[in-house]
Design a protein around this ligand. Structure first.
Ligand code: T4K
Length: 381
């Protein structure tokens, strides 16, 4: 099976002729970047799909987070979850900000608002919660804290493309939300990202910052960066967006197949999105409790790998354990016990629309065989 590997994801691939048609138009216009036709169309279409009033494309979510920090004029300390991809925290550091880690909530794995508020000091300028695996944070609590403590609220929505809570799109929370359109995401442009902003002023600032801070050919208003999405990436996005409903349906099918086979295993919990709204369908995540399952998450991950199944430990180690951050006072393990446990137990299984039922059976077969407490066996046998 090593020669038939299953990776944690496989990007959606639209029919090549659809992309070729966009490329034909692009080459006729001889415009490959700097807000061309594909860029402008994709920006409009995504604002519509995501249900947000002010939306800007960027070349990836990491640059997007940095642009957001600058647009919000953040200073000093920003409170953040350690249980995230390094990009979230690195973006703060690149902007000269100090990340302050606060623990996550045990069930949602998202930043715990109570712990975030405990970390607020006179130097804090913002809170940066992550909608981890696309599961929406406790936005009501964060809104309330941000209003009361006069802080900015910047959401990392890298995993949350198209997610809604009830009818409310995830991009409408906070001051700015940053989405990733990396190839590993449900919707992708190869590399790419986007920012939804609460106000037109914020969007104007973001648009200025992503284009070097240039107002016109003779005037630079602010020290911006090159955060523009190219026409080639935007064209890929336009084509992929046409197929998003079909990809979502396929992922929902794969999720059901997994759930049918895994939900009865003792010591394994399928992490489900909160009910009521459109879910992310970005990752399929399980939590392994070694005492009941009979094997640790790490041993299971290694066993899967031996069989050509490349699950991923998103996100282990914690950002707070990585070299640039481990000496921060807020990185102390006693401050982050829920995050430490989660990082040891969670595993992202292969999950994408092109997975067949045979693929799912293969992954589940390995997991079921590893589980000491299969339903037909007595508990703790
Ligand atoms: N905030 C959060 C919470 C994030 O998770 C991320 C990124 C960001 C911010 C920053 O977003 P961007 O700046 O990237 O827009 C991947 C992605 O590169 C990264 O975007 C993503 N999160 C992270 C969770 O996953 P790696 O290092 O795990 O990627 P890699 O190359 O190991 O890919 C995973 C598997 O996917 C491979 O084993 C095979 C498959 N794959 C990957 C690519 C790129 C393909 O089949 N085709 C491909 O083209 O980080």
């Amino acid at each position: 099976m090593k020669n038939n590997p299953l990776y944690v994801t496989r990007p959606f691939c639209a029919p090549p002729e659809e992309f070729a048609e966009e490329y034909r138009r692009m080459s006729e216009a001889a415009r490959f970047t700097n807000h061309g036709n594909c860029h402008e169309r994709l920006e409009r279409e995504l604002a519509g799909y995501l249900g947000v009033p002010y939306f800007s494309l960027v070349n990836n979510a990491t640059t997007g987070l940095m642009i957001a920090c600058k647009a919000l004029n953040l200073r000093g300390e920003v409170i953040v979850s350690p249980f995230t991809f390094p990009a979230t925290v690195n973006a703060l550091t690149w902007c000269g900000l100090t990340p302050v880690f606060a623990d996550i909530a045990e069930k949602s794995f998202n930043l715990d608002p109570r712990r975030a508020e405990e970390a607020v000091t006179t130097r804090t300028s913002a809170i940066l919660p992550v909608h981890l695996y696309g599961n929406v944070c406790d936005t009501r609590a964060f809104d309330e804290i941000a209003r009361r403590r006069k802080l900015r609220l910047l959401y990392d929505a890298a995993h949350a493309f198209g997610v809604t809570r009830g009818d409310l799109p995830v991009g409408r929370y906070g001051d700015i939300s940053v989405f990733s359109f990396h190839a590993t995401k449900l919707f992708h442009t190869g590399e790419g990202g986007g920012l939804s902003c609460r106000t037109a002023d914020l969007k104007n600032q973001v648009d200025l910052l992503r284009n070097f801070g240039i107002r016109d050919t003779e005037c630079v208003l602010t020290a911006g960066i090159n955060g523009k999405m190219s026409e080639l990436h935007a064209a890929l996005g336009l084509v992929n967006l046409r197929h998003i409903a079909a990809e979502r349906n396929e992922r929902a099918r794969v999720r059901r197949l997994y759930e049918e086979q895994l939900e009865s295993l003792r010591g394994l919990t399928v992490i489900k999105p909160p009910s009521g709204g459109r879910e992310a369908l970005q990752y399929f995540v399980v939590q392994i409790d070694a005492a009941y399952f009979g094997m640790s998450r790490d041993s299971l991950c290694a066993l899967l790998e031996t069989n050509g199944v490349y699950a991923r430990k998103y996100f282990y180690p914690l950002c707070s354990e990585q070299a640039p951050y481990r000496n921060l006072a807020s990185a102390a393990p006693e401050n982050l016990s829920a995050a430490i446990t989660a990082a040891k137990q969670l595993l992202c299984l292969p999950f994408y629309g092109a997975m067949t039922s045979t693929d799912v059976d293969r992954v589940c077969g390995i997991i079921s065989k590893s589980c000491r407490s299969r339903p037909e066996m007595p508990a703790h046998a």
